[in-house]
Design a protein around this ligand. Structure first.
Ligand code: TYM
Length: 334
């Protein structure tokens, strides 16, 4: 098994990223190391140029996100951890794949439509071709599995389409066709203020999300203020139909404790949120407080750049054979 995934280093790591992706990265890292496979995890700093930021802030963001991933359990001795800008093969392969990707395919990307909003003509070309760079990120390392949250599913399908078309057009199997890995329970963690919107770093309300940097009181306060209803919890998860906010909180409790959602409902059956919320806050604090403590120490440690450079050196080596095969298939002499 070969695993690859990435995260944009913009803003804080939040509970959606953590439960939707990072927890699975950490679990896979240990499984994969046992069977002699490889894991690649990277900071998508080249993707992040689609968001305006000062240069100093960008540099801090990469270091902070690397520290957060390590604090959350990514071990640079077991996994290849790097930032995309240190591995030029990503940008090179993205250009080669621009010959394969179709404008019609990119026009269907819902993330572009959401992010560009009404002013499509004013959106950057980078935002439009963003999914092609993402395809390059993935295909370069020939991964079998890509652990992501549900919002990345369409980008993964596009990646598979690009890989299949490239292989067919060239008449050779240059790329492995990767499988998305999206565990149902935590695929879509929702906002604490609105059960129909996903938890996101771009939500203007900080009360909508739990950041990995939030202190214990803030976590408890955000859970206390989270939107819910007045009904008690039912005996099983199916009984929560139509109660989006309640489903979200039960899903978070289940993911954080490793219980099934049915088991969580059974544990709190007949009780209201006055009982459930403090228990949820306590479970979150127990899991997140040690990560926050490690993060604060790692952020002050200036060895992060060396860790990322060491990862990038391994990534450059791993990416080179695929990049060479793609140039060769196209008849481009380097
Ligand atoms: P990004 O930085 O938005 O998110 C990183 C990971 O967190 C997941 N995620 C969530 N999961 C569940 N519930 C949520 N509310 C939630 N919010 C975020 C995302 O699905 C993702 O897995 N385009 C990517 C970065 C990227 C990438 C790649 C990922 C670039 N190249 C190659 C995989 C492979 C992004 O912006 O993720």
């Amino acid at each position: 098994m070969r695993v690859l995934s990435g995260i944009q280093p913009t803003g804080n790591l939040h509970l959606g990223n953590y439960l939707g992706a990072i927890v699975n990265w950490v679990a896979m890292q240990d499984d994969v190391a046992r069977d002699g496979g490889a894991c690649f995890f990277f900071l998508a700093d080249m993707h992040a140029i689609t968001v305006h930021e000062q240069r100093e802030q960008r540099m801090a963001n990469v270091r902070d996100m690397a520290a957060a991933l390590i604090a959350a359990g990514i071990d640079p001795e077991k996994s290849v951890l790097f930032n995309q800008a240190r591995v030029p093969a990503h940008a090179e392969l993205a250009w080669l794949l621009n010959g394969t990707a179709r404008i019609g395919w990119l026009n269907r990307m819902t993330q572009f439509k959401d992010k560009a909003g009404k002013n499509r003509e004013g959106a950057s070309v980078g935002l439009f071709v963003y999914p092609v760079l993402q395809a390059a990120d993935i295909l370069l390392y020939q991964p079998t599995h890509v652990p992501v949250g549900e919002d990345q599913k369409q980008h993964l399908e596009l990646t598979r389409d690009i890989a299949e078309k490239f292989n067919t057009d060239m008449g050779r199997d240059v790329f492995t066709i990767p499988e998305p890995f999206i565990p149902e329970q935590s695929a879509r963690i929702m906002s604490l203020r609105d059960g129909s919107a996903k938890m996101s770093k771009s939500d203007p309300s900080d009360m909508s999300r739990i950041n990995l940097t939030d202190d214990n009181d803030t976590i408890a306060q955000k859970i206390r203020k989270a939107r819910t209803d007045a009904e008690p919890l039912p005996g099983d998860y199916a009984g929560l139909a139509g109660r989006a906010e309640a489903q979200n909180l039960v899903g978070i409790y289940a993911s954080i404790t490793g219980l099934s959602r049915d088991a969580v409902c059974a544990r709190f059956a007949g009780q209201g949120f006055g009982t459930f919320k403090p228990a949820l806050a306590e479970a979150l604090v127990a899991q997140l407080a040690p990560i926050r403590t490690r993060y604060e120490a790692l952020r002050r440690d200036d060895s992060i750049d060396a860790v990322l450079e060491q990862g990038a050196s391994a990534a450059r080596q791993a990416a080179e054979p695929t990049l060479a095969a793609a140039y060769d298939a196209l008849g481009l002499m380097r």
